[in-house]
Design a protein around this ligand. Structure first.
Ligand code: FAD
Ligand code: PYC
Length: 415
């Protein structure tokens, strides 16, 4: 794999960029692998990468029914933060956030990590108490957040109306080193690094069945033929329930559509990320100048990767009081993704009833930010056969034991 560098750009500029190779190979699947990962989203690719980097396991195939990064990884609003309430969540999200800080250097591709700061507005008394509690918990967890005043909010976001009649801004939970990254680039960077280690990324290869013998996984059936494996990782977000059914178990998870939209591009006027959880809207400005806007999930289970009109109307209406300028902007595009939601709004990173079959899902509306930490923890569990400290609390057993990791406030998106 050729390194990307300033020197390489200069060299290619001199020969009309004719020398760039493909970023990853597209091989035919082999008969079997040590590890098969289902799902080439951020979580699947990051898991494969850390299997190779941290454990030297490179006889790995990543199977993807569509194109890599074409699921939620390429459809999200790219918010990265680690201001969660519970200790296990803060640990894994902060691990992920810290890996984002050096991801471009580590993977030798610019993922445009932009730690521009994320604020979650408090617009009710209840939210003030909730966010002050989170700031306190974060201080104990070593996650740097603070509860800031409405005046400080206004200084950071001059275009915001903080004294709206229905939902005045009463303060905010502020994380200065939170921010955004380019979502496709995260998937591409991991894919390129995996391919560079000799792993096979097989696109247009849908897993249709999971093969097993004596309670152990032996491989998968795919639209490109059977593929054997010693270990199987399932990282398919909204399709987690389908894959679990193929492997013979059920998940406490629901799949719903979450959607987002972007405005026409305008001059730079918003250089932090704002989440307004009471009114169900969040907003940031992209490098192109578009406002990236998202709202709540559909209130019914479905598998549509599309947006619906009533959501645009509700989301924009919700944000207009706080951002009056939106009322004069044109909205350009909308889209949706299928998110996998658990009852406690925390992920499942777990061994399963099927031997050597591991699952990672349930990131719901908030799993872009966790991609590197999740991949790190999943790789550790798959390599060692049991969960390490970063994911030990996120096992499936917590639902049988009633040991929930309640993150309904931190999820930040209405469910
Ligand atoms: P995906 O990227 O969906 O990857 C799973 C892959 O599995 C897909 O490519 C799919 O095609 C493949 N697959 C499924 N079934 C099969 C099969 N049978 N065989 C082979 N392949 C299969 N999170 C944040 O942290 N911040 C945000 O701002 C944010 N905003 C969001 C906004 C929207 C509109 C949406 C939809 C989500 C948002 N999220 C956000 C959530 C985040 O996008 C997801 O949690 C995360 O991307 C999940 O990554 P993944 O790798 O698990 O799933
Ligand atoms: O988890 O921060 C988040 C988020 C924002 C928008 C969707 N998810």
């Amino acid at each position: 794999m050729r390194r990307y560098s300033a020197f390489a750009i200069a060299r290619e500029a001199l020969r009309y960029h004719s020398g760039w190779g493909k970023a990853w190979r597209s091989p035919e699947p082999k008969k079997s692998y040590d590890v098969v990962i289902v799902g080439a989203g951020g979580h699947g690719l990051a898991t494969a990468y850390y299997l190779g980097k941290n454990f030297g396991i490179t006889n790995v195939a990543i199977l993807e029914k569509g194109w890599l990064g074409g699921g939620n990884t390429g459809r999200n609003t790219t918010i990265i933060r680690s201001n969660y309430l519970q200790d296990p969540s803060a640990a894994i999200y902060e691990k992920a956030r810290s890996l984002y800080e050096t991801m471009s250097q580590d993977l030798n591709m610019n993922v445009m990590f932009s730690p521009r700061g994320v604020m979650m507005l408090a617009q009710t008394q209840h939210e003030i108490r909730g966010f002050q509690r989170t700031a306190q918990a974060n201080a104990f967890q070593g996650v740097k957040t603070e509860f800031i005043s409405p005046q400080r909010v206004k200084e950071l976001v001059p275009i915001m109306n903080i004294s709206g009649p229905r939902y005045p801004v009463l303060g905010a939970l502020w994380q200065e080193r939170a921010g955004t990254a380019r979502h496709d680039a995260v998937a591409w960077a991991y894919a390129r690094a995996c391919s560079g280690m000799g792993m096979d990324i097989i696109q247009k290869c849908e897993v249709t069945a999971v093969n097993q013998s004596n309670g152990q996984v032996t491989g998968v059936e795919t639209t490109r033929g059977p593929i054997g494996c010693k270990k199987l990782g399932i990282l398919v977000a909204g399709n987690s329930g389908d894959l679990a059914r193929m492997a013979g178990f059920r998940l406490p998870m629901e799949s719903v559509a979450l959607q987002a939209l972007v405005s026409e591009p305008i001059k730079p006027c918003l250089d932090v990320v704002v989440m307004a959880n009471t009114v169900h809207g969040y907003i940031s400005q992209s490098d192109k100048g578009e406002f990236v806007i998202g709202g709540g999930t559909d209130m019914f289970n479905n598998y549509t990767q599309r947006g619906s009109f009533h959501h645009i109307e509700e989301t924009v209406r919700a944000l207009v009081e706080t951002f009056p300028m939106i009322s004069r902007m044109k909205m350009m595009r909308q889209w949706g993704g299928i998110v996998d939601v658990t009852g406690d709004r925390s992920p499942i990173i777990s061994t399963t009833p099927l031997g050597n079959c591991f699952i990672n899902g349930g990131w719901g509306t908030g799993g872009f930010k966790s991609i590197p930490g999740s991949g790190w923890a999943m790789a550790e569990m798959m390599a060692n056969g049991q969960p390490g400290p970063l994911c030990a609390e996120f096992g499936l057993d917590r639902f049988a034991e009633g040991r929930f990791i309640d993150e309904s406030v931190a999820a930040g998106v209405a469910h």
